[in-house]
Design a protein around this ligand. Structure first.
Ligand SMILES: Cc1ncc(COP(=O)(O)O)c(C=O)c1O
Length: 456
């Protein structure tokens, strides 16, 4: 394969673009000193109970029994209202666009779902559409943007991205004989910055991808600053954002980012497994793309939509608006979503703070001998995820031991999903703890207690 000036580290070795990776990781918890004071959650126990009661399987896995769920980055807990409504609608056989009551009802469900999807994205312009998965949406967007761009030039992606954009950009750069340029990230903090992008963008950069929150480290990127930096050098570049790991933790505002496309996956946003969804700017919505001839040129939907999937979006938005209403008097759904986003983030930060710093009884991850936390310890730059490894201990073994004690977390290893992120760090695998706003401080305390016992 012929890629770029900035070499693909998988094929060329990391020392060219990540010369200091080994040195960084030899220092356990290198950033411990920069960590912050404990943070107070805005959710009291009563409200937390009301929140938890709206989800399925908060405490029990139907296959493994009682457990704490710290695997939301693999799939969030599912709202009961989503299951109820999708089961009801999933039983209706009627398709849209027929002259009968059931068909008209399905069209209303779809329209309402699409309106709520726009509210969730914060979209006032552009279009939204659903694809098979988040990965499928991102591949489709990257492919279309690359094919719509003038010949030649470069395609940009960062090694801190999920393979859904990291692979898609490489493949479509190769398919169209363009240079693929890799933007390296800071291995100490896990951050890819506007300056990192600025050093790689060129006036002929045609397409760039950006990740909002990394699913392995939980580190959030300043996408607005990154996109501004890209546009300053390559104003016509199509910028596609992977928001899949950010969407469950905060408020989305696609109009403010300056991107051309933004993607989320509903199974991470309190729904059951469902489609990936994309928002496209007006400009990108009309580029040539796969569509049925005769449909308007900004339509990206292909085939019959599942009304129950759209109904799930409506239920997610209703739930988030309910949560927001506990904290704001505003009647507008966007204001309520904003309030919900702030509260969720603040609660998760309180959990992360306890996980990293511990409490009166238990030492946190940063104080544990032989434990290395991956990425920045600036809690404000994290969303819902903390990954770590333990000296002289197989991560898979640790995850299994915690599983035996009723704590579900996950291993992320240097494989096709996480290799491009972990290899520059010089790490084989990490144990990933991933939270959402429905998790409790009690669960974090139990986690720390059990981890300390295992490490004794
Ligand atoms: C940041 C990010 N991008 C993309 C994906 C892939 O999403 P999907 O499973 O919907 O294809 C994931 C899934 O974990 C993710 O975390």
């Amino acid at each position: 394969m012929q890629y770029s000036t900035r070499k693909n580290p998988v094929e060329h070795g990391f020392n060219d673009i990540y010369p200091s990776n080994q040195q960084d990781l030899s220092m356990n918890n290198a950033h411990a000193e920069s960590n912050q004071e404990p943070i107070t959650s805005p959710l009291d126990l009563d409200l937390l109970e009301q929140i938890r009661s709206q989800f399925h399987h908060t405490e029990h896995c139907p296959y493994a029994g009682k457990r704490i769920y710290f695997e939301s980055a693999g799939g969030s807990l599912t709202l009961k209202s989503v299951i109820e409504r999708t089961a009801e609608l999933g039983a209706v056989p009627d398709n849209e666009h027929r002259n009968n009551a059931a068909s008209k009802a399905m069209s209303s469900v779809v329209e309402e779902g699409l309106e709520n999807l726009k509210l969730l994205f914060g979209a006032k312009s552009g279009v939204v559409f659903g694809g098979e998965t988040g990965t499928e949406c991102l591949f489709r967007l990257v492919r279309s943007a690359v094919l719509a761009s003038p010949e030649g030039g470069s395609i940009l992606s960062s090694s801190v991205e999920h393979p859904s954009t990291y692979s898609a950009t490489q493949i479509w750069a190769e398919n169209t004989s363009r240079e693929w340029i890799e933007v390296p990230f800071d291995t100490r903090s896990g951050v890819v910055s506007a300056a990192d992008y600025a050093s790689c963008v060129r006036p002929d950069t045609r397409v760039a991808t950006v990740i909002h929150t990394n699913p392995v480290t939980g580190v959030v990127m300043d996408i607005k600053a990154i996109i501004d930096a890209i546009r300053a050098i390559a104003p016509e570049c199509y910028v596609i954002v992977d928001g899949i790991q950010h969407a469950p933790h905060g408020y989305l505002d696609v109009e403010a980012y300056g991107a051309d496309a933004y993607v989320l996956s509903l199974y991470k946003v309190y729904s059951k497994f469902n489609n990936g969804y994309a928002w496209l700017s007006d400009r990108m919505s009309v580029i040539p793309h796969d569509r049925l001839i005769g449909k308007p040129n900004n339509v990206w939907e292909l085939g019959s939509r599942d009304p129950s999937a759209l109904a799930a979006i409506t239920e997610v938005v209703k739930y988030l608006a309910w949560l927001g209403k506990q904290f704001t008097q505003e009647a507008g759904t966007r204001d309520q979503l904003h309030a919900a986003g702030k509260v969720m983030l603040q609660h998760e930060r309180a959990l992360i703070s306890m996980l990293l710093n511990g409490n009166a009884e238990h030492c946190g991850l940063l104080g544990m001998q032989g434990v290395t936390v991956v990425g920045t310890t600036d809690i404000n730059q994290r969303e819902g995820v903390v990954s770590f490894c333990v000296e002289n201990m197989e991560t898979a073994n640790l995850v299994e031991l915690l599983g035996d004690r009723g704590i579900r977390i996950h291993t992320r290893s240097s494989d096709i999903y996480s290799g491009n992120i972990l290899r520059p760090l010089g790490i084989e695998s990490v144990a990933r703890v991933s939270f959402a706003h429905y998790n409790t401080e009690e669960e974090v305390r139990t986690f720390l207690e059990n981890l300390l016992e295992i490490l004794k």
